[in-house]
Design a protein around this ligand. Structure first.
Ligand SMILES: [Zn+2]
Length: 603
């Protein structure tokens, strides 16, 4: 069968594998030879796709042959891919599984979406190092910054460590489905070294700094992939405190970067305040990169409505820095960072209305019952609160970017002039707040509205389109495992293929090979994980076999499967015919095989 690059519509839709020989699709043995034949190979290098056979054994890719030409006589298992897409496993460098990884071997949603390697310890929050009396405080910090339910972490976190190396050892001793690696985070480090002074963001003394550098050095020696910090006032603990390190002076962060540099590697990752990124942060970033040639300075880059064009300046600065041989990259999202608003979630329009106080304490079914009362409805829909413009600012002025979620494949690039509650209201002569109300009440109170938060100032994804093509940006910011009550972007790698390569309507699409490269080899390289992200002999057999035509998202839903019945928004994927980690199949036809081959990565 001949597969042309553009004619993906000719590929038959299939969701199950046909084993040609050997045992059934749940084979887990990774030390025996497996051949995947007739795959539409996109190898992660950016090279044009080709039809090939891929052979692997002992977790390592051993051969790539022309289609139907690989020797199969001694293969334990032969899979006829019949033109399904074969890519390296996704490498997601921006997750927040720091707590979840200690109790949950499955690391969903990432593992549903073809991610085979996840990097955590981002944005300055994490759980090591930690004195025993800091546990509760660290949980509150994580709950505030990343919206992970505190009670779930209190019940679920296994603890049993103080130092970062002990944390790494704890993780390394546990089984899990995919590979993870961690960075040491500034928040816990500063509190560990400086106690309450560190937590309160007081200036670090020379001794404090020396001690922080020492612990970073120790963490790197024990396999930390880097260091992370937060410099944005958005990130606050549950009680409103800034993440420790937010206001850290340059002598402190330079000493930390220097400690990493000695190890010949390491990423300095941080979340900035976007408005002031080019002016206030860029000078020290350049200096840090100039002094520490082995360190990669990685900054989150999003578009903030308050400063919608700053990203252009940042891209120019990025190119200038790289031209000056400074190792600075910007981490970008594959789409808008959007909030899924629902009655069970952390954030929805009605919660900002005073009438919410009447029902906030009720369980969902009683909320729904109460909301069917016309008097209450009238209050929510027609009474504008007298709160000095707060409700107006946070809800009414944003109706143009609130979009009803009506099917599983949410439109992540909706048109505000047609698809928003504001636009629908105008077109149908219905008060948009009535639409908001009915949408949240639909599906027995489980209805959702999507509201892009970052990266949608222009009302489309044209900015993201440009970011995804820039040479010095890297894909990240899925925040998988975090923002459980409002955001579910762990599926961003899937979205790269569904939206950017296949489905986009509101502008040009992007190249399949480039998008695969960006989510595999390019992200692996940021952390020096050179044994993966590419399908080539000698590299790890981390693979995704994808039904590209059928690849899609499930309906986002709130589930209560965290410890202490903690809630989280999840969204499944459909179309991952097979996912292999280190040669072992972990997913077959979108279901786990039960295998847990994941390892703790050490830098
Ligand atoms: Zn983050």
């Amino acid at each position: 069968m001949r597969i042309s690059r553009t004619a993906h519509t000719t590929i038959p839709q299939r969701t199950t594998l046909k084993p040609v020989s050997g045992n059934n699709g749940n084979n887990s043995t990774n030390n025996k030879k497996t051949v995947i034949r007739n795959a539409r190979l996109v190898d992660g290098s950016g090279a044009p796709e080709s039809l090939n056979d891929v052979t692997f054994q002992d977790g390592i890719i051993t051969a790539i042959d022309p289609a139907a030409k690989a020797p199969t006589a001694h293969a334990h298992r032969v899979i006829d891919a019949d033109g399904l897409l074969l890519t390296p496993g996704w490498v997601d460098i921006h997750t927040h599984y720091d707590a979840q990884a200690t109790w949950d071997p499955w690391l969903t949603p990432s593992s549903w979406h073809g991610v085979t390697t996840a990097v955590m310890g981002n944005c300055g929050v994490g759980f090591a190092p930690a004195q025993e009396d800091r546990h509760e405080w660290l949980i509150e910090l994580m709950e505030g910054v990343e919206d992970i339910p505190g009670s779930a972490m209190t019940e679920g976190l296994t603890w049993g460590w103080r130092s970062f190396p002990e944390y790494i050892d704890t993780l390394a001793a546990q089984k899990r489905v995919i590979d993870i690696g961690s960075q040491i985070a500034h928040g816990p480090l500063r509190a560990y070294v400086m106690g309450d002074r560190g937590a309160a963001n007081e200036t670090a003394t020379a001794e404090d700094i020396a001690l922080m550098a020492k612990y970073v050095d120790e963490a790197m020696a024990h396999g930390a992939l880097g260091f992370s910090t937060s410099r944005t006032p958005i990130h606050r603990s549950k009680s409103g405190e800034l993440v420790p390190g937010t206001n850290a002076e340059t002598n402190e962060i330079f000493a930390i970067a220097e400690a990493m540099n000695k190890h010949g590697r390491g990423v300095f990752q941080f979340a900035p305040e976007h408005k002031i990124l080019p002016t206030d942060e860029w000078p020290w970033m350049r200096e840090m990169a100039a002094r520490n040639k082995n360190v990669t300075v990685s900054v989150n880059l999003n578009q903030d409505d308050a400063a919608p064009d700053v990203w252009r300046t940042v891209l120019n600065e990025l190119t200038r820095a790289q031209n000056d041989d400074l190792n600075i990259i910007a981490q970008v999202a594959g789409r808008s960072i959007g909030v899924l608003m629902c009655l069970e979630g952390s954030f929805h329009p009605l919660a900002f209305h005073p009438a919410w106080q009447q029902i906030a304490h009720l369980p969902l079914n009683e909320k729904v019952k109460a909301m069917r009362d016309p008097v209450l409805r009238n209050a929510f829909v027609n009474e504008i609160p007298r709160d000095n413009g707060f409700f107006e600012g946070i809800v009414l002025s944003r109706l143009w970017k609130m979009f009803p979620v009506t099917d599983a494949n949410i439109n992540y690039e909706p048109d505000p002039t047609k698809d928003s509650v504001d636009a629908i209201g105008k077109a149908t002569r219905v008060n948009p707040m009535d639409l908001v109300y009915d949408q949240l009440l639909s599906n027995n109170g489980r209805g959702m509205l999507y509201m892009p938060f970052f990266n949608y100032s222009y009302g489309d994804l044209s900015m993201t389109h440009e970011l995804l093509q820039h040479e010095h940006t890297r894909n990240g910011l899925s925040d998988a495992g975090a923002h459980c009550g409002a955001i579910c972007d762990g599926g961003m790698p899937t979205f790269l293929l569904t939206h950017w390569v296949r489905d986009r309507q509101r502008g040009p699409r992007l190249n399949l090979e480039k998008m695969v490269q960006r989510q595999t080899r390019k992200t692996a390289e940021v952390y020096g994980l050179l044994d993966r992200g590419l399908i080539a002999p000698g590299l790890r057999a981390d693979l995704n076999l994808i039904d590209f035509e059928a690849l899609s998202f499930g309906m986002p839903q709130m589930v209560y499967d965290f410890p202490a019945n903690g809630r989280r928004l999840v969204q499944h994927a459909k179309g991952y015919v097979g996912t292999w980690v280190n040669g072992t199949q972990i997913v077959a036809s979108d279901e786990f095989t039960g295998e847990l081959p994941g390892q703790l990565l050490k830098g």
